[in-house]
Write a protein that binds this ligand. Structure first.
Ligand code: ADP
Length: 185
């Protein structure tokens, strides 16, 4: 099974949930840029201060900042035998930066497919339950537009490494599909 995996999909497609399961099953670290940035915001670091307003508006944090935190994370010991990237790369420039970093090549890209109506429903529910600053209708629409414009082109960028998985269903149903896709790759 591949051990350098990238998880791609629109906001609300369940990347974080599936990433935690894949990471546990394969014993590889789950590296989420969204989570690292939210941690930086709560810790009140310089990076957090730069990221906070952008994230709340649904905009990307500048590539150089995100590329730097991923680069540093990928150098740590636990990432040497594999990793699962969630939320990075988010555009072609970040994918190119990853490709030219010291990290080994990405083996497999899992694309979680979920339609827009379902995404808006899920994120509104998450906003009400967890109070994430970026889960309100206006910001969700903006994140979806940016996903289409910036992130969706990565499917073409990664070409035949991309395995599309239907992201609708229970967490277990989706994980079974992901595991099947990974076992065949
Ligand atoms: P979601 O995919 O559900 O929108 P994430 O937790 O992956 O949530 O990301 C939340 C926010 O963090 C993004 O909307 C963006 O502002 C910022 N972010 C995360 N990863 C990146 C990245 N690779 N490049 C730029 N900004 C990022």
């Amino acid at each position: 099974m591949p051990r350098r995996i990238l998880l791609l999909g629109p906001p609300g497609s369940g990347k974080g949930t599936q990433a935690a399961l894949i990471s546990k099953a394969l014993g590889i670290p789950h590296i989420s840029t969204g989570e690292m940035l939210r941690d930086a915001v709560s810790a009140g670091t310089e990076l957090g201060a730069k990221a906070e307003a952008l994230m709340a508006a649904g905009d990307f944090v500048p590539d150089d900042l995100v590329v730097a935190i991923v680069d540093e994370r990928l150098r740590q010991d636990d990432a040497q035998s594999g990793f699962l990237l969630d939320g990075f790369p988010r555009n072609v420039a970040q994918a190119e930066a990853l490709g030219s970093s010291s990290a080994p090549d990405i083996g497999t890209v899992i694309l979680l497919k979920v339609d827009t109506d379902e995404i808006v429903k899920r994120l509104m529910k998450r906003g009400a339950e967890q109070g994430r600053a970026d889960d309100n209708e206006e910001t969700v629409r903006r994140r979806l537009e940016i996903y289409q414009a910036e992130t969706a082109p990565l499917v073409e960028f990664y070409g035949s490494s991309v395995l599309a998985v239907d992201g609708i269903g229970t967490i277990d149903d989706v994980f079974a599909r992901v595991a099947l896709a990974l076992s065949g790759s």
